[in-house]
Design a protein around this ligand. Sequence first.
Ligand code: FES
Length: 105
Amino acid sequence: MSELRLCPLSELVEGEPRRIHVTGHTAFCAYLVDGAPYVSDNACTHGSASLGEEGELDGFTIICTWHNGAFDIRTGEVIEGPCYIPLKVYPASIRDGEVWITLDS
Ligand code: FES
């Protein structure tokens, strides 16, 4: 496991998904809900829409506006099809005003 500094917390806006690119990594999508950061892959598992640009956040649910698929940003679980593959999510934390995530390897 390794940690990755994603972005300053100040870049995130409550309720607004945001695409984050870190050199050498797949694009991430970061969310801020009740002051806590959540992070997933940016690409929808159905048709690769950019959730940070095409997604709408409703509570803890990110809705992909391409075909209205939806995922829980806490778990990646599919809430609404046509998606059926869960969204990859990353444990996120705040340290010194920055958002950090834990990667698998
Ligand atoms: Fe996201 Fe189809 S691309 S639901």
